[in-house]
Design a binder for this molecule. Structure first.
Ligand code: CUA
Length: 412
């Protein structure tokens, strides 16, 4: 009836459809009988009440038939439950950690990611827990929904039979940004998964993600197809015809400088044949991200993102802290380093501090100690990080620039 990528999911649908069909059948039958009886036994047709002593046949029928139906429901429910709960021997185990408000996946060998990547046709066991409150791991395409509970490991498993991208949601209300607690299950061919796990394609994947993050892929294809703008994989390193704002034409080499200009101030040199409709990205893309994207356009094999960025994503920092100055659920990382912050300590006293290295490190390890004025003290302590990891995160925050004046700490 539906396309399934997971065999146990079809068992679940079978149980669901059986119960639904029975419920609809019962509704129709009861409604029809009700109408018939109110006509058949209307008092104008039956002025004398009749004494009915009982009927063994009827008693047996309405005991046996519903019992059989309920047992059939149990059977379908039980087989789908068993299919969902019986993890095959030898399944690859991925650790899932939920927290406000993001997901983190750890693979055999220790690699971590913020999206769940799995090979086609492999049994994958998910060992799930939560860092803070109860969340619920929900993948509609797999018919999997399982709570993640602090201090407890819950499990689920799947085996996806086809590649594709599927939504992962949080199905348990968990606070302010519950609705943002979304990520993706990416099912890829086994070879690609091995490569990804070994980190061989990390930088390229990263650049692709950046093009998506900044909305580039809405107009630009990454693999040669023409869109509202030129395909990005074929743009770098060649001579392109461009239109100048004054109406002139020029030939330019699309080197790193040109690509950079084309992102930051696209109206200045529009590739011939395209409308000058792209918005300028000046001040909207952190330098490290821009560099990775330009490198990808030039070589298809960019220098990797700063390691701190990857760590920040894997740790889920990005679900509350933006890198472009906007407010999500905590101060933006952009312009944070070196800024003067008004903070509140445990006793409620407010004072000003400079967001230097030590302050940034403390804010990661013990965020409750000094909370930026106007913010709720909702950030969990990341005290499981070691000094090197904290250093990477601090360096990444510093790479997003010093305070540029107007950026507000709290947006509400
Ligand atoms: Cu986590 Cu809702």
């Amino acid at each position: 009836m539906f396309e399934h990528i997971f065999s146990a999911a079809s068992e679940v649908d079978r149980a669901f459809l059986f119960i639904l069909a029975f419920a609809v059948g019962a509704l129709v039958l009861v409604t029809a009988l009700m109408l018939y009886f109110s006509w058949r036994y209307h008092h104008t047709r039956n002025p004398e009440a009749v004494e009915i002593p009982g009927s063994l046949t009827l008693e047996l029928l309405w005991t046996i038939i519903p019992s059989v139906i309920v047992m059939a429901m149990f059977w379908f429910g039980w087989t789908s439950f068993k299919a969902m709960r019986t993890v095959p021997e030898g399944a690859m185990e991925v650790a899932v950690e939920a927290r406000m408000w993001s997901w983190s996946f750890t693979y055999p060998g220790g690699k971590r990611s913020a999206v769940l990547v799995a090979p086609v046709g492999a049994d994958v066991k998910l060992a799930m827990t939560s860092r803070d409150v109860i969340h619920s791991f929900y993948v509609p395409a797999l018919r999997i929904k399982m709570d993640t509970v602090p201090g407890l490991t819950t499990t689920a498993w799947f085996n996806a039979s086809a590649p594709g991208e599927f939504d992962i949601l949080c199905a348990e209300y968990c606070g302010l940004k519950h609705a943002n607690m979304i990520t993706t299950l990416r099912v890829v061919p086994a070879g690609e998964f091995e490569q990804w796990l070994a980190g061989a394609d990390g930088a390229g994947t990263r650049a692709r993600e950046l093009f998506e993050t900044y909305g580039c892929t809405g107009c630009h294809d990454l693999a040669g197809a023409d869109g509202l703008g030129p395909a990005l994989d074929a743009l770098g390193g060649r001579m392109v015809d461009v239109l100048l704002p004054g109406g002139g034409r020029a030939q330019v080499l699309s080197d790193a400088d040109y690509l950079r200009r084309a992102v930051l101030d696209p109206g200045a040199e529009v590739v011939a044949g395209y409308e000058p409709m792209m918005p300028p990205y000046q001040d909207q893309i952190p330098e490290a991200d821009l560099e990775a994207m330009v490198q990808w356009m030039l070589t298809g094999d960019p220098a990797g993102p700063p390691p701190g960025r990857e760590l920040a994503e894997a740790e889920g920092c990005m679900s509350c802290h933006s890198t472009d100055g906007s407010y999500i659920a905590g101060p933006s990382f952009r312009g944070l380093a070196g800024a003067v912050r008004r903070v509140q300590d445990g006793s409620g006293a407010v004072r000003e501090v400079v967001a230097d290295d030590a302050y940034l490190a403390e804010s990661i390890l013990a965020p409750g100690a000094l909370v930026v004025e106007g913010e709720a003290p909702i950030m969990p302590a990341y005290d499981a990080l070691d000094a090197e990891q904290v250093g990477l995160l601090v360096d990444y925050i510093k790479s997003l620039g010093p305070q540029d004046g107007a950026q507000a700490g709290a947006g509400q």
